[in-house]
Design a protein around this ligand. Sequence first.
Ligand code: AQP
Length: 334
Amino acid sequence: PRRILSGIQASGALHLGNYLGALKRFTELQETGAPLFVFVADMHAITVWQEPEKLAAQTREIAAAYLASGLDPAKAVIFPQSAVPAHAELAWIFNCVGRLGWLDRMTQFKEKSGKHKERSSVGLYTYPVLQAADILLYKATEVPVGEDQKQHLELTRDIAQKFNNDFGTPGYFPLPEPLIQGPATRVMSLRDGAAKMSKSDPSDLSRINLTDDADAIANKVRKAKTDMEPLPETVEGLEGRPEAKNLVAIYAALADTTREAVLAEFAGQGFGAFKPKLAELAVSSMANVTAEMRRLMADPAEIDRALAAGAEKAREVAEPTIAEVKKIVGFWQG
Ligand code: AQP
């Protein structure tokens, strides 16, 4: 049976990349009617330092973004990762299934640890193992994510396969498919068409935050790096023009259309004409989401109720699986 699962880290500000690559996809998938689990990854967040007095608020903020973008707690199971202890239990078992060589190849760790590998947390290193536990605990079959998570999903599949082989339980864990679809699976920085839009970019001009107001959005789009050429007639014409390609992809994703359709409308026009249209579209598409997020955050009782109910439903699914896994591994049953 289909089961869809995904999550976003509780590590502060969401940006347009998270919105288009993840949030917007979740709400589309909710309408397919397949069971949908969407969690707030607070355990993943602490792989880098998080101020304890801010972490719960950050968790609520991501939950608010889920609700504001259209996830319905009656249809989707929305919960904080740390409220379901089985994530940590399964992650430990998977730490003993996964191989060092596999983790050594993870590019996200290399990027995030940078020159300071020795001073990175052990959690940052085993981050993808916890992610495998998040997914397989619910026997998820599909995982909507941005392009940057593709390698981690492959690791999840490797862990599932090795577990199934090692313990002689073929098919016990499904091999989940990443759902990396749509025109904006990898939104790039507004300042550098070769870098991913990311919250850790020191330049705030590189990204549109979900909390930016209309003026800030217009300003960032105006200042976005571009070339001097007019927009081409075909998608092939965007090759070698990473900044132009990125802005067209963002437009297409926001407008729920294709890059071809965007170019059909704007071919021959320069960025002087295109950028104001893009800014307008970004403001109008995100305005409702941000307004609703602010409303929810003003009185978090509704968010907390949704998270508590979601955590209970998640535990109901997770607990029988972790009990079964412990038995398969051979832990004492009493
Ligand atoms: N630029 C992006 N384009 C498309 N999708 C993206 N995602 C992240 N950046 C982009 C997707 O958002 C979801 C949540 O990701 P996360 O919880 O792992 O957040 P993150 O990766 O910490 O966000 P950043 O900004 O990428 O953080 P840093 O700067 O720390 O690396 C995922 O589905 C992800 O693919």
